[in-house]
Design a protein around this ligand. Structure first.
Ligand SMILES: Nc1ncnc2c1ncn2[C@@H]1O[C@H](COP(=O)(O)OP(=O)(O)O)[C@@H](O)[C@H]1O
Ligand SMILES: [Mg+2]
Length: 422
């Protein structure tokens, strides 16, 4: 099979690493990929949908795997499928589950999926009137894509009005903030749960946990993710069943009834509350850096699963097997200045190769004019290791981190640890 992966981050390197292990793979391309991906396949520059479509036709691509949310929300999969190219990722309409928080909330309300209570507003003064008589904290969310910056947890009316003004009046998030969702504040532990669907049936991946805050102990500003671990010890097999039956299946049924069956992966952002798991948000693609810890824990060949999802039909006996007795930890190494103003161009010393039960995934890296590997983004590399249990995996991941050298390297010391003690 000839496969094209779209995207350039750690997620795409991890997906490519897993797909490259498939006996069914004949050629792997990345657009644009990164220097880590370049070890697995060819990196090509396809800046838009038109160039992607012609590349797929010329190169007889059998499957396109779309990594990031933006092309999904823009409807690339519909265009690729219309041109007869199998594409792993939801239609434009189904991608609204991520592209519009108000849409996702409406679907959850209609299908009675457990989530925070909410109201949708498209007028600033009405939103302000609503928060006036409300209890705090509450959560203000820009409706559309906002690169992880559209959510504010507000402790009082002043903060809420400020957040509403930024989104609805100052247009900080452009069109994405014209509509907002105001929701109840949920208390609990967060987990990420991914389900791959062929439009009808869901196949669950291993539950993962992300660490979003910059510093140890969950202090400091929010980031794209400083590290992950899986499996989450807080998502029990019984809870997985509840998530599949009360959350994933109703979403898949709803989308099928709308004539937009969900083909791709649904990433369910969960708050594990005293009243059971509740949905914080949906994403319609693999999480980053969750993918880096999920891929090494999949025992099945992933390629036929993605292909059959893209074709809209899993074989009846298709299963997604997760390794038992194995845990994985990914520690993200970030660039100086991340998240506000990450510095690029720092030379990365040669990385450990052929690590046993581990790999350093590339995220924000680049090869410079002299052929040297340099930093090229906030999250630079993800030191990832898997072992028979979480403690061993964490120790192994941190041993790998010590072998990563570049000026300004920063990482959290408590990935896979703090969450467990708190
Ligand atoms: N209702 C809520 N109660 C408590 N915390 C929330 C709530 N909604 C969001 N959050 C917090 O804000 C973060 C970002 O919100 P999310 O809905 O995942 O949006 P996005 O990832 O698009 O920024 C969550 O990971 C969670 O920490
Ligand atoms: Mg989120």
């Amino acid at each position: 099979m000839r496969v094209l992966i779209i995207g350039s981050g750690g997620r795409e390197h991890a997906l490519g690493w897993k797909i490259a292990q498939s006996a069914q793979l004949s050629q792997l391309y990345f657009a644009p990929g990164n220097p880590g991906c370049a070890h697995l396949g060819k990196c090509v520059d396809l800046p838009d949908l038109t160039s992607t479509l012609s590349f797929c036709q010329e190169q007889k691509i059998d499957l396109v795997v779309v990594g990031p949310e933006k092309p999904l929300v823009q409807g690339w999969c519909d265009h690729l499928r219309a041109a007869g190219i199998a594409c792993f990722g939801p239609s434009k309409l189904a991608a609204q589950l991520e592209g519009s928080k108000a849409f996702a909330k409406k679907v959850m309300a209609e299908t009675k999926i457990p989530t925070a209570k909410y109201q949708r507003f498209d007028a600033f003064d009405q939103a302000c009137a609503y928060v006036k008589n409300h209890e705090f904290p509450l959560v203000v969310k820009a409706d559309g894509l906002a690169s992880g910056k559209g959510v504010t947890i507000c402790q009082n009316e002043g903060e809420a009005v400020m957040a509403l003004k930024e989104a609805m009046v100052d247009n900080r998030f452009g069109e994405s903030g014209k509509v907002v969702v105001i929701e109840e504040f949920l208390v609990g532990r967060e987990a990420s749960f991914h389900v791959i669907c062929d439009g009808k049936r869901g196949l669950a991946l291993v539950a993962a946990q992300d660490h979003k805050a910059l510093h140890d102990g969950n202090h400091g500003p929010n980031t794209g993710g400083m590290g992950t671990f899986a499996p989450s010890p807080f998502v029990t097999p019984e809870m997985e069943q509840v998530i599949l039956e009360q959350i994933a299946d109703p979403v898949f049924q709803y989308m099928a009834q709308q004539g937009s069956p969900f083909q791709g992966v649904l990433f369910i952002g969960l708050m594990l509350t005293w009243h059971g798991p509740k949905v914080l948000e949906f994403n319609v693609r693999f999480g980053d850096p969750e993918t880096q810890v999920m891929m090494p824990l999949i025992e099945s060949d992933l390629l036929p699963i993605l292909y059959q999802s893209a074709q809209g039909q899993f074989e009846p006996d298709l299963d997604l097997k997760i390794a038992d007795q194995r845990a994985c930890v990914c520690v993200v190494c970030t660039a100086e200045g991340y998240p506000e103003n990450p510095r690029s161009g720092d030379v990365i010393e040669p990385l450990p190769q052929n690590v046993e039960d581990g790999i350093v995934f590339h995220a924000g890296t680049q090869t410079n004019g002299e052929g040297k590997l340099v930093t090229a983004g906030g999250r630079v590399l993800g030191a990832t290791a898997w072992r028979s249990d979480l403690d061993r995996a964490r120790n192994a991941a941190y041993r790998l981190v010590e072998k990563v050298h570049f000026r300004g390297k920063y990482f959290r010391k408590d990935i896979g640890g703090h969450e467990l003690n708190s």
